[in-house]
Ligand binder design. Structure first.
Ligand SMILES: *Cc1c(COP(=O)(O)O)cnc(C)c1O
Length: 443
C-alpha cells in the first residue's frame, strides 16, 4: 500500500510523491503539510470470503497484515508483527435482530485507542529491526499517554517521549522510564495540550532536529494507528455475515474521526458495508460538513462523553479528502447524528432495562444515533443490522452509570492502576531548545 498527502502538490504539473506505509509511519507528516492517506487501497475481498465467524482476531490480523504490508515487510516479519501487536481482542455481542455491540475496551487502558497504538508500536519495532532507530514524540493526556506508553514500553530501537500539559501525570510504570533502563520519557510542558501539539509539529518540521532524532509521533495523525482500526470492522462483519438480513451499518462515536475513517478504509478494502453513522454529541460541527455544507467549527462544549468533545477534528483533512473524491457517495454512506446529554443518559437507562447491558456514555451516543438513523430512514431489522462501537470501558464512567441504572461496575485492576499519579522526568517551557536539552540529558 502506498500513501500520499491530503494536500495537492505545491508544484503544478508534478505528480504527488507516493511513499510506502513504512515511510509514512516513520515520518508521520508530509514535509509540505497535510496528512498521509492511502493513495489507493487494496482489494481484500478474497480474505473476507474465506475467513468466517470461527476466525479469531489474532488469525484475522495475521492474515491481513502480510497482505497489506507487502513491499514494506516480508511475510514472516509481517506475521511476527501481527503476533506481537495485541494482547487483547475485540468482542462482538449481539443484542437483538437490530443491534450488536462491538466492545473495543479490553485493552490496557479500556479505550479503543489501544488497538491503534498497539499495532503502531509493533510495526515500528519490526520496521526498525535491522537498522534504524526512532523517537516517537506525542502530546498526551492521562489515558492516551498510558495507551501509548504501554504499547511502546520495551520496544527495541525506539524512544517514546510523551509531552504532558500542566496537571497530574497518571498511570505510567516507573520501571519503563529511560533513566531506569526503559524507553519511556515523560516530560511535562508548562502550558496547555495545544502547546504540546505545537511543539511537536515544530520538531517535525525542524528538519535538522527531526533527522537527528528520527522523529515521528504516535498521535492520531500517524497512519500507523488508523490502518489497524479497520481490522475490527472486518472482524464484526465476519462474526455476523452468515446471519445478516440486509445491509450492515456501523455506528461510530466520533470525536477526531479516526475511528470512522478506519471504517471507511475497511469499506474501501471491499468490506460489504451499507453505511456508517457519525455519532456525535453536542460537538457536531462536522455534521453540517457531512451533509454538504462548508465546515464551520463551533467552540467546544463540555459533555458527559468527553472523548467526543472535539471542535476541530485532527482528521478533518482525511475526512475531507474522502468527500472531495466522491461527495455524493460519501453523503449516502455517512449519516451524521448529534445526541445531547439528556438523550445519552436516557439511552444508558433504556439499554440497561431492555438488554441488561451497561453502555458507557460514548457507546450510548452511538446507540442513540443509530436509533435516529432507523427512524429517519424508516428502516426495519430486515433491512439493516447496526453494529454500535463501544469505544470505552463502562467502569471508567462508573459513577454516572450507577446514578442512572443503580448498577455498580467493578473497576478492573488494570484500570485502577491508571489513576496513580507519577512524576515526570523533566518539567520544561514549551520551547524547542528546552525540549532538546531535556531529551539530550537522558538519552
Ligand atoms: C477517543 C475516543 C473517541 C473518539 O474517537 P475518534 O477516533 O477520535 O473519533 C470515542 N470514544 C472514546 C471512549 C474515546 O476515548
Amino acid at each position: 500500500m502506498q500513501f500520499k498527502s491530503t494536500l495537492p502538490s505545491s508544484s503544478p504539473g508534478f505528480a504527488m510523491p507516493l511513499i510506502s506505509f513504512k515511510d509514512a509511519v516513520l515520518q508521520c507528516l508530509p514535509p509540505e503539510g497535510g496528512l498521509y492517506v492511502p493513495s489507493s487501497v487494496m482489494d481484500m475481498r478474497q480474505f473476507f470470503l474465506y475467513m468466517d465467524a470461527n476466525t479469531t482476531y489474532p488469525e484475522l490480523v495475521e492474515t491481513l497484515t502480510p497482505a497489506l504490508l507487502q513491499g514494506d515487510l516480508n511475510p514472516v516479519s509481517a506475521t511476527l508483527l501481527a503476533q506481537s501487536a495485541f494482547s487483547f481482542e475485540p468482542e462482538l455481542m449481539q443484542l437483538d435482530e437490530h443491534f450488536s455491540l462491538l466492545k473495543l475496551y479490553n485493552g490496557p487502558t479500556g479505550l479503543f485507542k489501544d488497538f491503534g497504538t498497539g499495532f503502531l508500536a509493533a510495526a515500528m519495532e519490526e520496521f526498525l529491526k535491522n537498522n534504524g532507530q526512532s523517537m516517537v514524540l506525542s502530546a498526551v493526556r492521562d489515558d492516551t499517554g498510558v495507551s501509548i506508553a504501554r504499547a511502546f514500553a520495551g520496544r527495541q530501537n525506539i524512544i517514546c517521549c510523551l509531552l504532558y500539559p500542566s496537571g497530574p501525570i497518571r498511570g505510567l510504570d516507573l520501571s519503563t522510564f529511560v533513566p531506569n533502563g526503559g524507553n519511556i520519557l515523560p516530560i511535562q510542558i508548562r502550558g496547555t495540550f495545544d502547546d504540546c501539539q505545537r511543539l511537536i509539529t515544530e520538531c517535525i518540521y525542524d528538519t535538522s532536529f527531526a533527522e537527528r532524532y528520527h522523529i515521528t509521533t504516535a498521535n492520531a495523525r500517524n497512519p500507523g494507528r488508523l490502518l489497524p482500526q479497520s481490522f475490527y470492522y472486518i472482524y464484526a462483519f465476519l462474526k455476523l455475515k452468515k446471519q445478516l438480513p440486509g445491509g450492515l451499518i456501523f455506528s461510530v462515536p466520533s470525536g477526531n474521526f479516526g475511528n470512522l475513517i478506519a471504517g471507511l478504509y475497511a469499506w474501501k478494502f471491499g468490506l460489504p458495508v451499507s453505511g456508517f453513522v457519525a455519532a456525535m454529541n453536542a460537538n457536531n460541527s462536522v455534521g453540517d460538513f457531512i451533509q454538504g455544507k462548508s465546515f464551520k467549527p463551533k467552540p467546544p462544549i463540555a459533555t458527559i462523553s468527553p472523548g467526543l468533545d472535539v471542535a476541530v477534528p485532527s482528521n478533518y483533512e482525511r475526512l475531507s479528502s474522502f468527500y472531495t473524491e466522491a461527495p455524493a457517495v460519501m453523503r449516502n454512506m455517512v449519516f451524521p447524528a448529534s445526541i445531547d446529554d439528556k438523550t445519552t443518559v436516557d439511552t444508558i437507562g433504556q439499554v440497561w432495562k431492555k438488554y441488561g447491558v451497561l453502555l458507557d456514555p460514548h457507546a450510548a451516543v452511538g446507540f442513540a444515533a443509530a436509533e435516529c438513523l432507523l427512524e429517519a430512514r424508516n428502516l426495519s431489522s430486515s433491512d439493516v443490522h447496526i453494529v454500535v462501537l463501544a469505544t470505552g470501558h463502562p467502569a471508567i464512567e462508573g459513577i454516572l452509570i450507577k446514578e442512572i441504572t443503580g448498577q455498580t461496575i467493578k473497576m478492573p485492576e488494570r484500570l485502577i492502576a491508571l489513576r496513580k499519579k507519577i512524576d515526570p522526568i523533566a518539567i520544561i517551557d514549551p520551547q524547542l531548545d528546552a525540549l532538546e536539552s531535556a531529551i539530550a540529558s537522558c538519552v
